[in-house]
Design a protein around this ligand. Sequence first.
Ligand code: 8YV
Length: 303
Amino acid sequence: MRSLEAALDAEFDLAPLWRQADADAFLAAQGAGFVGLVTSVWGPVDAALLARLPNLRVIANFGVGYDALDVAAIRARGIVFSNTPDVLTDCTADLAWAALLDVARGVSAAERFVRRGDWAAGRRFPLQTRVSGKRLGIVGLGRIGRAIARRGEGFGMRIAYHGRRPQADVPYAYHATPQALAADSDFLVIAAAGGAQTRHLVSREVIAALPPQAFLVNVARGSVVDEAALVAALVERRIAGAALDVYAHEPQVPEALLALDNVVLLPHIGSATRETRQAMADLTIANLRAYFRDGRLLTPVTD
Ligand code: 8YV
């Protein structure tokens, strides 16, 4: 992000790794000089990278999800790290809803229909699916999941969720398994954190449990869903459709999905508004500033 890079450059002795023709050779020669690292979902931090940075003390992750970081290796080195919670919650929930409404009502497909000249040629756009009043299932009722649920209340939806444990302060029904939630959902929205613990949480069996009229929406991480099973269910028309902002191997989108009109495909843009990206940049820098000033991060990841 340009403004993040410029702001970092103004305050720190910055070396953007992505500008290095040979990042590995650069790190081999100069890695010992760095004490801080800024990264995001696009820049995995593994043991090999850490080995190149023997004096690293702090990592600031530009994003709330930190599944691209090898937390065990980072902790083993005593390195602290921060993420950017809260500031992207509303925009990510908004995007989940944009995607949900799009796939249910066929907004993008209808727009393609108009641009193709089908409407002008006298064709009728097929009837789509009502959203208001339906059953909304949310996998992962964290900050973003809750914001998605609150918006669902405005659509008069009956809301249920699955997560590691029931939450006492919400009026929504809890399902102990993602299968049970899937079977009870017209829209299943995935908002769980990525990482080893949630890999394929939405498994082949969970996808098979979805009713035929159900839509799946994923704004979390591609890894949370068994993508091959989802693609098969969509191609075989076992579910009504899907809206995806994240994929197993970004930026690769499964080829089979490109031909389906009942699938909305987005390029990982949950937090991608000017306002939210600015807030994420500000929080990323504020974390580094606080760390270098008084040794404490503002939004450290501690779990
Ligand atoms: C990315 C995200 O960080 O916050 C997250 O977990 O996935 C996004 O906000 C963003 O795209 C920056 O790369």
